[in-house]
Design a protein around this ligand. Structure first.
Ligand SMILES: CC(C)(COP(=O)(O)OP(=O)(O)OC[C@H]1O[C@@H](n2cnc3c(N)ncnc32)[C@H](O)[C@@H]1OP(=O)(O)O)[C@@H](O)C(=O)NCCC(=O)NCCS
Length: 286
């Protein structure tokens, strides 16, 4: 086995490996491929990280030279974020995950803080805890928005490139690091809404079935943004709002009022920081 920096030519094999690792059923030894559109989006996202955070992206080859594992991470200001982490099911539990994670964490040397949206996978959680991360259990809101419950919300508008300084300022206050560098990716999959009032400010990226990321300087602003985001979900689509810690009751309350259900989700794994709030993390960009 050999751990080495990821190259653009690894992306196709890395996409297939992560699909296999994330959907592997040990019982019947089967897995599900991503749809062509989802595979393309995955490759574009990691290609983006390779361009911005080349030293945070690592792969492992097995002795036959086949791709055996992947870890891709980003550094935004003094925050390190793990974006994807997988080892081929045939090679798991032999220390490869640890070697890949060590390489990716090395890119975060000098970063005070770390953030991972983690799946509830015992091997992954063991690695994160052993690397010093605190595991915060989370909830997911899911369902079809009851449009009869949508309130009239003032003060929220579509954001443009001219709003990115405001977005940066909110991100710094709420999570201590901006998403500068990721807005092209976030904007590709989502619509930017911003709210800037005397009492607080915030932003949200919303897609057709998910609230990708939301940050605000007050719970009242966060609730306005979440309601506005839910109103943009095409009627009838199932929406998902993920990785909500128990401190995010402002979101749970909006979700329940909108007719969504509360389900268990994965963990936010954090190092040297408390769960940001009011905040809905981006699964890929923290
Ligand atoms: C998470 C993952 C990348 C780890 O890779 P790996 O090569 O298996 O990792 P390692 O062998 O270095 O470490 C796994 C550890 O978990 C332990 N482990 C695995 N399954 C376990 C279980 N069911 N219960 C308890 N411990 C378990 C292993 O014993 C090992 O611990 P140790 O080395 O301290 O003894 C790999 O399991 C994977 O691809 N999982 C599916 C995708 C996924 O969930 N990725 C993480 C997304 S957040």
């Amino acid at each position: 086995m050999r751990v080495r920096p990821m190259k653009t030519t690894d992306l196709g094999a890395a996409e297939r490996l992560t699909a296999r690792a994330f959907t592997w059923s040990g019982d019947d030894q089967t897995w599900s491929a991503r749809s062509p559109a989802a595979a393309r989006r995955w490759i574009e996202r990691i290609d983006h990280l390779l361009a911005v955070d080349a030293a945070g992206c690592w792969v492992a080859d097995d002795d036959a030279g086949r791709l055996a594992g992947v870890a891709a991470s980003a550094r935004r200001d003094l925050l390190w974020i793990l974006s994807t982490f997988a080892v081929d099911p045939a090679g798991q539990n032999r220390g490869l995950g640890r070697a890949l994670l060590d390489a990716a964490i090395g890119y975060g040397a000098g970063c005070l803080r770390g953030m991972i949206c983690a799946l509830p996978h015992p091997g992954a959680l063991r690695r994160y805890r052993r690397a010093g991360f605190t595991l915060h259990p989370t909830m997911r809101l899911r369902g079809v928005v009851d449009r009869a419950e949508l309130p009239v919300v003032d003060g929220v508008r579509t954001g443009t490139a001219a709003d990115l300084d405001l977005v940066d300022s909110v991100d710094r206050q709420v999570r201590g690091a901006t998403h500068r560098g990721d807005h092209a990716m976030l904007g590709r999959d989502g619509h930017l809404l911003v709210c800037d009032l005397f009492t607080g400010s915030g932003y949200v990226y919303v897609g057709t079935d998910t609230v990708t990321v939301l940050a605000a300087t007050s719970r009242a602003v966060a609730q306005r943004l979440l309601w506005s985001a839910l109103a943009l979900i095409p009627p009838g689509n199932e929406v998902s709002v993920r990785y909500l810690t128990s401190g995010q009751e402002w979101a749970v309350d909006v979700g329940m009022a909108a007719g969504l259900g509360v389900y268990q989700d994965g963990y936010i794994a954090l190092r040297h920081m408390r769960p940001p709030a009011p905040y809905v993390p981006s699964v890929s960009f923290g």
